[in-house]
Design a protein around this ligand. Structure first.
Ligand SMILES: *[C@@H]1O[C@H](CO)[C@@H](O)[C@H](O)[C@H]1NC(C)=O
Ligand SMILES: *[C@@H]1O[C@H](CO)[C@@H](O)[C@H](O)[C@H]1NC(C)=O
Ligand SMILES: *[C@@H]1O[C@H](CO)[C@@H](O)[C@H](O)[C@H]1NC(C)=O
Length: 275
């Protein structure tokens, strides 16, 4: 369940990153049908089965969400409008477990499967509940528009984008101890200032709460190797971290990160040498 959820949400984020180029989601898609049942069902699932020690009022969360979305014009739902909703879902987590990632969406599922102690945005209640959903309101009305929603790129304050930005901000503000950042060394701009990590999360990490930022670069088994701890945009990230007083480490292609890719590609020559 958890991993399926992660796939969906990362595709939503991938959409933001490639503004307008959301593969698999037809343009002009409306609010996800049955959104209320899905959101409430996921909320009850989370508090009952996924994280039974937590107490949240799923009905109150839904009401605050609906109010944020339907009281504003479709393109005017700002992060602040979700404040009341997020107040209904405070979360804390043990330090040293926060995992941030960018452009490693396929890989992250395998990684969190072998390292379940890591906590990603997808594991928060908000990430879990709103994963892969779309929503916006009707033009002159207080209901959801189920036939069409604006593109992410068409609005300054898109209702979906704003919720994810606020969720990402909260997640980063919570982060403490050693945090891990998983980046993709096979692409240009492994660290992108336009990504959720580069544009929201990085700016809300607190150097007084975060002990170390441990960057891990993972490169595809078949390459290419475009960036690393000593090459490309990851140097920009390190520079930003240093200037803000963070301690950091960076590792290229830890063995475990390569071995994990062998699950998908057991026939690869490097993987065969393991046997
Ligand atoms: C890195 O990015 C490429 C291109 O988007 C993708 O195909 C690949 O799966 C990513 N690698 C990892 C380890 O996530
Ligand atoms: C739904 O949104 C589309 C696109 O913004 C708009 O043309 C349509 O009128 C909206 N429907 C309602 C009922 O507001
Ligand atoms: C935090 O990271 C630093 C640097 O990698 C390491 O020396 C230290 O043992 C880590 N601490 C914990 C609690 O993981």
């Amino acid at each position: 369940m958890k991993f399926r959820a992660a796939v969906g949400m990362t595709s939503v984020i991938a959409c933001f990153l490639t503004l307008g180029a959301c593969s698999g989601r037809p343009r002009g898609f409306g609010t996800t049908p049955n959104i209320k049942h899905i959101v409430m069902g996921r909320c009850f699932n989370y508090i009952t089965l996924v994280n039974p020690s937590t107490r949240y009022d799923c009905e109150a969360i839904w009401r605050a969400f609906e109010e944020a979305v339907v009281k504003q014009n479709s393109c005017d739902v700002a992060m602040e409008h979700y404040r009341h909703m997020f107040r209904e879902m405070p979360q804390t987590r043990a330090c040293d477990r926060f995992l941030f990632w960018s452009k490693t969406k396929k890989f992250i599922q395998d990684y969190t499967a072998i390292a379940p102690h890591f906590w990603t945005l997808e594991d928060t209640l908000a990430g879990y509940m709103f994963n892969d959903l779309v929503w916006c309101r009707q033009q002159e009305n207080s209901g959801f528009n189920f036939s069409s929603c604006p593109e992410w790129s068409a609005c300054l304050h898109h209702p979906v984008h704003s919720l994810w930005r606020q969720a990402s901000k909260n997640f980063a503000e919570m982060a403490c101890g050693n945090i891990t950042v998983l980046l993709n060394g096979s692409i240009e701009n492994a660290f992108s200032k336009n990504s959720m990590f580069g544009s929201v999360e990085l700016d809300h990490l607190n150097p007084e709460r975060v002990n170390y930022v441990n960057i891990r670069v993972v490169t595809n088994l078949d390459g290419p190797s475009r960036e690393s701890c000593s090459r490309g945009s990851i140097l920009d990230l390190i520079h930003i971290l240093q200037s803000r007083g963070f301690r950091w480490t960076c590792s290229d292609n830890e063995r475990i990160l390569k071995i994990l890719q062998c699950v998908q590609k057991p026939e690869h020559s490097w993987c065969r040498t393991l046997a």
